[in-house]
Design a binder for this molecule. Structure first.
Ligand code: NDP
Ligand code: 2IT
Length: 427
C-alpha cells in the first residue's frame, strides 16, 4: 500500500517530463526504476536476557545504484514490512538524487521492536542482524545508516560486529557513526537542522523569516528533537511535539533540555515531560497534535500521520506552511486539502534530505581519512539545503508549476537519475 502510494505520487508529477523528453518513455526508465535492483530478506534469531529465543525478519532493498552505492537507513519498528521498506527505498532514490551527491537509493531494517529491550538485548539483536547483512554491504556497494529505532547505539553495535566479522576497519560502510569512531559532526542533527534550513529558505523566498513563528513538530525522536533545536536557534517557538501515545502542549516553548533528558538519556515516554516541566504544559493522551493552532507544521514522526482531519484542523487554525521532516507523513488527500487552501507544502524527499546529504559528507570524510569541524559541516549542510530548495523552485518553474515543491522535487530528482540511466544502457 505505502509503496504504491509513493510511486503514484512521483508518477503524478512526471507527465510534463515524459511529453517533453520522450526518450524516458522509450527506454522504460520509469518501469525500471519501480523494480528494485535487489531485495534481500533474512532471518534474525537472537536470545533475550531471560534465555528465550526470538526470531525477527530482516530486510534490505537495494533499489538503485545508478548514481552511487545504494544509500539509505535501517528502520527497527514492529510495523515494518517489505511494502514499507520498498516505499522508503523508492523515495530515497529521488531524495538522494536531489542532494546532487553521488549516492544511489536503498533502505532496510527489521520488524524488531527495541522498546522495552535492555542494551544487552539490543546488542545481541544488532549483532545477529549484521551477521547476515555484512555480506551485502560495503563502501562501494551499499551504505546503511539509521532511521526510526536506529540511532548511535544500534549503529555502534552493528559497526562493531561488521568490523569483527570482516577484520577490516571500513568506516565508509555505515554512516551515522559516533564522532569518536569515524562519524561526522552534524550527522546526528542533520535531518532536523536541514528540515528547518529548508523552511527558512521557503520563508526567505516569501520575504519572511522564522522569527516569532509558532511551530508544531510531531514526533520526539532524532528528527523532531533537532528540528525543535534549530527552530529555537532561529527565533521561532515550538509549542507542541508528540509520540505514538499523544502530544505535549507547552505554550511557552518546548524545554529541549528536558525533552532530551527524557528521550535520549532515560529512553522514556513523552508523557513524563509535563510532570517534570509543570507550568502551563499539558499532555493530551491519544490527542492529535494537528489540533494545536500554529503557523508552521513539521510532521517528523512517521508515514501517513497527517490525514485529512489533521489537515482540515491546520487549515482552520491558520497554518501557512507544512514541511515534511518524516518520510511521506502526509496522506495524498491531506496534501490536496492543504494545497487547495494555499498552504505551502514541501515534501519529505526535499525537506528531510539533509540527513542523507550529511551521510554523504561522512562518506567523503571517511574516504579521505579526514574529519571536519562542526561549523564547516553545518555550513555545507545549509548550502546543500539551499541548493535543494532552489532546484525545486527552478524545476517547478521550468515545467509550468511555479511554487509547486512537490512537482519540483519529483521532477528534479527523477531527471538526474533518469539521465544517468540513459547513459549507462539497459541494466
Ligand atoms: P526516531 O526513532 O528517533 O523517532 C521516531 C518518532 O516517531 C518517535 O517519537 C515515535 O514515537 C514516532 N513514531 C514512530 N513510529 C510511529 C507510529 N507508527 N505512530 C506514531 N508515532 C510513531 O526516528 P527518526 O526521528 O529518525 O525518524 C522520524 C521520521 O524521519 C521517519 O519517517 C524517518 O524515516 C524520517 N527520516 C529520518 C532520518 C534520520 O536521519 N534519522 C532522515 C530522513 C528522514 P514512539 O516513540 O511512541 O514510537
Ligand atoms: O530517510 C532517510 O533519508 C534516512 N533515514 C537517512 C539515510 C542515510 O543514509 O543517512
Amino acid at each position: 500500500m505505502e509503496f504504491h502510494q509513493a510511486v503514484r505520487e512521483v508518477l503524478a508529477s512526471l507527465a510534463p517530463v515524459v511529453s517533453k523528453h520522450p526518450q524516458y518513455a522509450d527506454s522504460a526508465v520509469i518501469r525500471r526504476l519501480c523494480e528494485p535492483e535487489r531485495q534481500i530478506i533474512f532471518r534474525v534469531p537472537w536470545v533475550t536476557d531471560s534465555g528465550r529465543i526470538e526470531v525477527n525478519r530482516g530486510f534490505r532493498v537495494e533499489f538503485s545504484s545508478t548514481l552511487g552505492p545504494y544509500k539509505g537507513g535501517l528502520r527497527f519498528h514492529p510495523s515494518l514490512n517489505l511494502g514499507i521498506v520498498k516505499f522508503l527505498g523508492f523515495e530515497q532514490i529521488f531524495k538522494n538524487a536531489l542532494t546532487g551527491l553521488p549516492i544511489g537509493g536503498g533502505k532496510g531494517g527489521s520488524d524488531f521492536d527495541p522498546k522495552g529491550r535492555s542494551d544487552a538485548e539490543v546488542m545481541r539483536f544488532c549483532q545477529s542482524f549484521m551477521t547476515e547483512l555484512y555480506r551485502h554491504i560495503g563502501e562501494y556497494t551499499d551504505v546503511p545508516a539509521g532511521d526510526i529505532g536506529v540511532g548511535g547505539r544500534e549503529l555502534g553495535y552493528m559497526f562493531g560486529q561488521y568490523k569483527r566479522i570482516t577484520n577490516r576497519y571500513e568506516s565508509g560502510t555505515l554512516t551515522g557513526k559516533g564522532v569518536s569512531w569515524g562519524g561526522s559532526q552534524v550527522r546526528t542533527e542533520a535531518t532536523g537542522y536541514g528540515t528547518v534550513f529548508f523552511v527558512d529558505e521557503m520563508l526567505k523566498s516569501a520575504g519572511s523569516s522564522l522569527d516569532g513563528r509558532k511551530v508544531l513538530v510531531s514526533g520526539s525522536g532524532n528528527v523532531a528533537i533537532h528540528a525543535i533545536e534549530k527552530v529555537h536557534q532561529l527565533g521561532g517557538r515550538v509549542i507542541a511535539c508528540s509520540d505514538s501515545t499523544g502530544y505535549v502542549l507547552d505554550p511557552s516553548g518546548i524545554d529541549l533540555e528536558l525533552l532530551r533528558e527524557i528521550k535520549e538519556v532515560r529512553r522514556g515516554r513523552i508523557s513524563d515531560y509535563c510532570d517534570l516541566r509543570g507550568g502551563q504544559s499539558r499532555f493530551v493522551a491519544d490527542g492529535s497534535i494537528w489540533d494545536v493552532p500554529c503557523e508552521i507544521a513539521l510532521p517528523s514522526a512517521t508515514q501517513n500521520e497527517l490525514d485529512e482531519t489533521g489537515a482540515a484542523a491546520l487549515i482552520r487554525n491558520g497554518c501557512r506552511i507544512v514541511a515534511e521532516g518524516a518520510n511521506m507523513p502526509t496522506t495524498p488527500n491531506a496534501i490536496r486539502l492543504l494545497v487547495g487552501a494555499q498552504v505551502q507544502f514541501a515534501p519529505g524527499k526535499a525537506v528531510n534530505a539533509g540527513g542523507v546529504a550529511t551521510s554523504a559528507l561522512e562518506m567523503q570524510q571517511n574516504a579521505s581519512r579526514d574529519s571536519w569541524t562542526f561549523e564547516h559541516t553545518q555550513d555545507r549542510l545549509s548550502k546543500i539545503m539551499r541548493g535543494i530548495h532552489d532546484r525545486c523552485l527552478e524545476t517547478a518553474d521550468e515545467y509550468g508549476s511555479p511554487g509547486d515543491y512537490v512537482a519540483g522535487a519529483n521532477i528534479a530528482g527523477f531527471t538526474r537519475v533518469a539521465d544517468a540511466m540513459l547513459a549507462l544502457g539497459v541494466i
